[in-house]
Ligand binder design. Sequence first.
Ligand code: ADE
Ligand code: ZN
Length: 349
Amino acid sequence: MFKVPEVAQNRLPDLLKLMPKAELHIHIEGSLEPELIFRLAKRNNVAIAFKSIEELRSAYAFTNLQTFLDIYYAGASVLIHEQDFYEMAWEYFLKASSDNVVHAEIFFDPQTHTSRGIPMKTIIEGLARACRDAAEKLQISSALILCFLRHLSEQEAFETLEQALPFKDHFIGVGLDSSELGHPPEKFAAVFAKCRDLGLHLVAHAGEEGPIEYIWSALKTLGVERIDHGVQSSKDPDLIKYLSSKRIPLTVCPLSNVKLKVFAHLSEHNIGQMLEKGLCVTINSDDPAYFGGYINQNFIETFEALKLDAHHAYSLAHNSFEASFASAVQKEEWYRELGQCFKRFTGKE
Ligand code: ADE
Ligand code: ZN
């Protein structure tokens, strides 16, 4: 067992930035910065409802998940060509690299684009090309996870899966996102069963602003391997016991939760308590262009607000690798690098 060294509070932000980490909850369309939205709108002749970058940014004042999603889907309408999907993902990888992300499992929402007539091939090949370049030029490994939009029907999810299957080599799993309330996981039981039969990994957003029952349903009916968000779990001791005994990860996104009013303030966030209870929680950025920061910003602000320390930092980075869908051999390598980083940081090596 690695012995985490003591680190002075004022040196913690540097450690948080420096430590290698995996990001497991990032919607690639949520990394579209206003500057890129405007650049692509101009290049592709797409009209947008905002006159300037500043006006668009000032519309990022959300009251709940739906008010965010309305703007997020509008922003994604500028993506037309393979190169657009490539550039969006490449810009994310550059930011991830400077945050010392060594592995990213990236959500994409094909229905947001296929519903506008963009072919599945254009979407997936653009994203996959950026993933290859990230491995080659930035030494970041990555994988794509196709998300079904839960406000649409299960029939539409089946049709989306059908369109994506010719590109199955380019994604490792499926997820469930978009408007949570009124769209319980069990609505997608049959399509998730099919994806399981196809050998795909399964994850789902649950308990972001929706009830605890949705987390149970994602686990028991869909059979997911990770819960995205899941912050409502802390209200149910039986669920906490279940998650911790099975080491089922929760991919938590603190800045997102505050921006979408799941918690009134970061100092009220429950990630510290869940970590103390032994849950496999991780820190992620969700939609960094909309919520005020990328993964390191999430770490730094959360640590500051909750007074977390180097032990928490080590656990969160370790959890991020443990919770990933990478091989056991790869995980061991990352654990070694994480330990070396902590030792180097305290000058004890
Ligand atoms: N799609 C993009 N971000 C999301 C979030 N935070 N919850 C649900 N669906 C999303
Ligand atoms: Zn999300």
